[in-house]
Design a protein around this ligand. Structure first.
Ligand SMILES: *Cc1c(COP(=O)(O)O)cnc(C)c1O
Length: 377
């Protein structure tokens, strides 16, 4: 079956009690039992909820995974996956992950004896040097935020597996429509459903998709034991969101390409970061690994003052954090999403004070271009 068919039908079987075509919001904390030890498979709503299970079947299918678990946020999904690692074990973390992921390792997991090192996962030689005898996991993001560095998922998976480590890929930027990491050998996929999967900037959530039965059992056990579950209402919203994932991603991709081309020819713009541009150093790899390039575009304005002027002059684009919604959002990574990254690391990664990031929405692209043009002028 094709992607859109799976998106619309997986997990979305008509409700068995009424025939309702849309999965109902099962807003309940508990379930009546028929007798002692006799129930319908539902005992308590932290453990099982039909709306959440429908979403879990849906996104697992979209990621070509057997198992899926929905969490209260992208961060709680990532934290639950990291509970596969024990004190004294080592993780290699991409050197340009989402700021919250770095903070989780640096400020939280390090207190519990989890060791980690940063590596440029787009550079296999650099990554190879980071392995230690106790390395159990490699955590990658591709393309990275905000400078759009692409990591070769197949090469990383082969290297990690040869060293006895699992690979986790944060697939939030691409969504399963444009990139299915499991097909390249990745073991576990994580998402912030807050972004493209829900797609309408009205819910916070996270997801874990994987194939290994033992790991899935443990992630499910953690989901129930720690309890950072996605609510029935949010599960409903994300399930509604994934039905239109394909059409939305195609529109983000179409607009993203037009905006990236426009910016790369604009006299006020010094540099554009977008894997869809032929000038992107990893354009060929991105073409092989991704089915599209999406709607995330970053560009260099040259200085903090220039960036500030652009960010405060836009009218249609909304100044704000987050991404992946139908509306265009614009942000300043150095002072917003990446403020907690030390300045030295920021400049090494190219996250300068003049860098601006746009999550290109699905408005009419002429209106987005006109807004950016007047702001740049
Ligand atoms: C937003 C984001 C997260 C964190 O997700 P929340 O839903 O905000 O907890 C993790 N990874 C990436 C790539 C993100 O963009």
């Amino acid at each position: 079956m094709g992607f859109s068919t799976i998106a619309i039908h997986a997990g979305n079987e008509p409700d068995p009690t009424t025939g309702a075509v849309s999965v109902p919001i099962y807003q309940t904390s508990t379930y009546a039992q028929d007798g002692l030890g006799r129930h319908k498979g539902f005992e308590y709503a932290r453990t099982q909820n039909p709306t959440r299970s429908a979403l879990e079947r849906n996104i697992a299918a979209l990621e070509n995974a057997k198992y899926g678990f929905a969490f209260a946020s992208g961060m709680s999904a990532i934290d639950s996956v990291l509970k596969l690692v024990k004190a004294g074990e080592h993780v290699i973390l991409g050197d340009n992950t989402y700021g919250g992921t770095f903070r989780l390792f640096n400020r939280v997991l390090s207190n519990y004896g989890v060791e980690f090192d940063l590596a440029d996962t787009s550079n296999i030689a650099d990554l190879e040097k980071a392995f230690k005898p106790n390395t159990k996991m490699v955590f990658v993001e591709t393309p990275t935020n905000p400078v759009m560095t692409v990591t070769d998922l197949k090469a990383v998976s082969e290297l990690a597996h040869a060293n006895g480590a699992k690979v986790v890929c944060d697939n939030t930027f691409m969504s399963p429509y444009f990139q299915q990491p499991i097909d390249f050998g990745v073991d576990i996929v994580v998402h912030s459903t807050t972004k493209y999967l829900n797609g309408h900037s009205d819910s916070v959530g996270g997801f874990v998709a994987l194939n290994d039965e033992k790991d899935a059992e443990w992630v499910g056990f953690i989901q129930n034991s720690v309890g950072a579950i996605l609510s029935p209402f949010d599960s409903f919203l994300v399930l509604r969101g994934t039905k239109t994932l394909a059409v939305r991603m195609d529109a983000h991709d179409r607009n993203g390409r037009v905006v990236a081309n426009f910016l790369s020819e604009h006299p006020k713009v010094e540099k554009v970061y977008y894997p869809g541009l032929v000038s992107h150093p990893q354009h060929e790899l991105a073409k092989q690994q991704q089915k599209g390039f999406g709607g995330m575009v970053s560009f260099e304005t040259g200085s903090y003052e220039n960036a500030k002027r652009v960010l405060e002059a836009v009218k249609l684009c909304t100044l704000g954090e987050s991404l992946g919604g139908v509306e265009s959002l614009i942000s300043h990574p150095a002072t917003m999403t990446h403020a907690s990254v030390p300045e030295e690391t920021r400049s090494k990664l190219g996250i300068t004070d003049g860098l601006v990031r746009i999550s290109v929405g699905i408005e009419d692209v002429e209106d987005i271009l006109e807004d950016l043009d007047q702001a740049l002028k």
